[in-house]
Write a protein that binds this ligand. Sequence first.
Ligand SMILES: [Zn+2]
Length: 144
Amino acid sequence: MRKTRIPAHLRKRVRASSPLRCAYCHSPEALLGVRLEVDHIIPAGAGGATEFANLCLICSRCNSHKYQRTHARDPRTGRRVRLFHPRRQKWNTHFAWSEDGTHLIGLTPCGNATVAALNMNDVLIVQLRQMWMEDGRHPLQTGE
Ligand SMILES: [Zn+2]
């Protein structure tokens, strides 16, 4: 499916309103070394509008797993639930960091399903978070 074009003024607004970290896994752009992408939270192909309320910054790793998905299974219950919506839901309600700061923990069915669907605890990102922790750069505290 072809990606819907996002106008430059909307891209700018989304970047300007963000602490420049992935809206899902909270990886900071500055530490990833790769620009975050502006993404439709509800994909255009699933009826999502190209408007600020449906756009967020996402890392390419999360985006490659999210793609056109809107729902996923909570691995704990097997139930199909909506993926986390960064504009409508609070991150802290659905996710927490493990005590050592390397793993994301789902706090709700939505959080569990999103962690699993976006493969947010892949071994490579976990290794990177470990390095960020050792360097005192993770997790970012922004009170969100
Ligand atoms: Zn991410």
